[in-house]
Design a protein around this ligand. Structure first.
Ligand SMILES: Cc1cc2nc3c(=O)[nH]c(=O)nc-3n(C[C@H](O)[C@H](O)[C@H](O)COP(=O)(O)O)c2cc1C
Length: 344
């Protein structure tokens, strides 16, 4: 198989994803709060992928400004990621409509049918995260135009099941809408294997953090380049009465301080000095603002270094276009080698 035919085969495999996104490659740059702002998003879209702006906790005016600023840097399609429990979710969806955003990705829990309808009524395609086959089917019935399945290897807030198992559970059976696979993807061969299982495309976060165009603080990038897979650990909950939403991040002094804080709060609740709800709130607030502290201010000791296990595959700073080209070349080589072996 020549390079051209390998690329043609790859294009065939992710044709559904490319058509859905309106791109040359079905690689989504997963939205990362504070990281996925105008520069990274535009760079990914300009390189033929699909950038997704992270709205995070932004108010509507800030989102409108960020969308406009991104559009000034790229004429290619990009999406907007909104968090389901944002108190101004409806207003943010309206901003996406006013700004003629083509794709809205709803994260942070299962969206209601009303939320999906509001997105679609505004003219955008609605994407959501499916944690199981049943919920994926339900979301498709409720109107989701495409789904993302994200395994526990991913950076940021995570579910309990690995990407490989989720992919095997969901991809062969859920054909109603395009499905994009996320979590732990750092090489082109992995992209190829998910496409062959039935994925329409993939979503990658960690691998793009050390791109030249990414505005993350040099300390944040250095921490990624130094880290190995095992440093990207899920947050630890020490008492089932005080649930902790699992987040995968590079272990640092902050992760240790989080355990100390949990212990101290629990001791206070047990001693009757705090109610359980007050304790829960105090634990929850520990990480407030911590991702910004790490990404923007460069506090890699006490900030939150959200990262996926694929951080071990991040070895240097590179332009986004080079990262994408490398992933595509790896997928193409895998296809070509397989064909040669088959021909022997
Ligand atoms: C620093 C960081 C911040 C993230 N923030 C968000 C977010 O705001 N919204 C979201 O849906 N996903 C968020 N994610 C998840 C990514 O969009 C993506 O799905 C994930 O990184 C894919 O796994 P990978 O890191 O193994 O490539 C974040 C991930 C990282 C590493």
């Amino acid at each position: 198989m020549t390079e051209t035919t390998a690329r043609a085969r790859l294009d065939q495999l992710w044709a559904r994803g490319c058509a859905f996104l309106g791109t040359r490659t079905a690689v989504m740059g997963g939205a990362m709060s504070w990281v996925s702002e105008r520069h990274l998003v535009a760079a990914i879209s300009n390189a033929g992928g699909f950038g997704v702006l992270a709205c995070g906790s932004m108010p509507p005016d800030a989102l409108a400004a960020e969308i406009a600023a991104t559009r000034a840097l790229t004429d290619k399609p990009f999406g907007v990621n909104l968090i389901n429990m944002h108190p101004e979710l409806h207003r943010l969806i309206d901003v996406c409509r006013e700004q003629a955003v083509g794709h809205v990705v709803i994260a942070g829990g299962l969206p209601s049918g009303a939320t999906l309808t509001r997105i679609k009524d505004g003219g955008a395609k609605a994407m959501a995260f499916a944690p199981t086959l049943a919920s994926g089917r339900r979301l498709a019935r409720l109107g989701a135009d495409a789904l993302v399945i994200e395994g526990t290897e991913a950076g940021g807030h995570i579910g309990p099941v690995s990407t490989t198992v989720l992919a095997q559970e969901i991809l062969p059976d859920l054909r109603e809408v395009p499905v994009f696979v996320a979590g732990g993807i750092g090489r082109g061969e992995a992209i190829l294997s998910y496409l062959e299982l039935g994925a329409a495309g993939v979503q990658i976060g960690t691998r793009f953090v050390c791109s030249t165009e990414c505005i993350a603080h040099p300390n944040f990038k250095k921490a990624f380049i130094r880290a190995s897979a095992r440093d990207a650990q899920a947050s630890v909950q020490i008492d089932p009465r005080f649930p902790v939403i699992p987040v995968r991040a590079l272990a640092n002094a902050g992760s240790k301080a989080f355990l100390d804080r949990q212990r101290a709060v629990i001791a206070k609740v047990d001693a009757g000095e705090l109610t359980r709800d007050e304790g829960l709130l105090e634990i929850e607030h520990f990480w407030a603002g911590a991702l910004r502290r790490a990404v923007i201010d460069g506090d890699v000791e006490f900030g939150s270094l959200m990262a996926g296990q694929s951080v071990g595959l991040v070895t240097r700073e590179q332009p986004v276009a080079d990262i994408l080209a490398e992933l595509i070349a790896q997928a193409e080589t895998a296809l070509a080698v397989r064909h040669r072996v088959g021909a022997v």
